[in-house]
Design a binder for this molecule. Sequence first.
Ligand code: DAH
Length: 341
Amino acid sequence: MIARLQALEDEFKSELEESSAKDAVLSLKTKYLGRKGLFAALLKEIPTLAPEDRGAAGKAINILKRKIEEELDSRIETISKTERLQELSSESIDVTLPGRIAVSSGRLHPTTMIMDEIEDIFLGLGFDIAEGPELESDYYNFEALNIPKDHPAREMQDTFYIDEEHLLRTHTSPVQIHVMENSPPPLRVIAPGAVYRRDSDVTHTPMFHQVEGFMVDRGVTFADLKGLLTLFLQRLFGKKTPVRFRPSFFPFTEPSAEVDIGCVICRSKDSACRVCKGTGWLEILGSGLIHPRVFESVNYDSTEFTGFAFGLGIERIAMLKYGIDDIRLFYENDLDFLTQF
Ligand code: DAH
């Protein structure tokens, strides 16, 4: 019996070695340990042995049976573990991998980008941001800003009128009036937004954007205006950008100035430059000290308070910064154009 058990163990070992799949190991288990398996058969033989041999034989059979059982179970467990690991690694998702379908994301419009940049500069200088309506009354757009009835801007060719009293604002300056009507000085405010004019060519679209800015306090002077606008323009266009102030006229400021920067296209070096027309300078904004009549219309005491104001066109700035020569491109919604910025 002992010799037979030894042979059985050897056979089992070689069979186990060849069985790497779980199914094969399971059928080995049936073959050896099943109800009609080899060990069941061996145990049935015990009564046929000589009585003095039965005890030892039974013991030896059971020891080997347990040993085989343990080996089979541990083999099944190892196989299950590797299977589970394989399953996990084949099912795992690397969330850092890019998706297979390219998702195209939106982006900011170039005028929005310039607007954000300008807002950031002024927020850093302690300015607040205000907004006003795009549908305005004649009063806010013209009258309160000291724009007389015979001013050319009031012409039908220039302004989109809704009715006799209402129009699409032609500039952001009326926001000055709304803000000053509602809050006493001191004030430091910028007001970005869309404005409308009946105009269309390579440098004009019927809708475009402006940023208005103004500051009111005791003792605000033209020197404050010059200092602030120089700082702003050099932050926007670069530290070394030349800035100059030229006397000008606006009904709502006195004195008034237009502000130029050195040409950012030819760096003032090309007498044939198409953008600055060889002058070396680009007109960037209008400005001045707020006219006492404007203060009167909002009930500010112009003997106590002074202030400055300025206004600039966003698209024009974007065109200069990005070297775009036709303003209409901004509003054609051509993705090849818009995705460049
Ligand atoms: N409102 C003027 C325009 O649309 C721009 C402007 C000029 C605004 C001078 C101002 C200013 O506040 O002081 O052309």
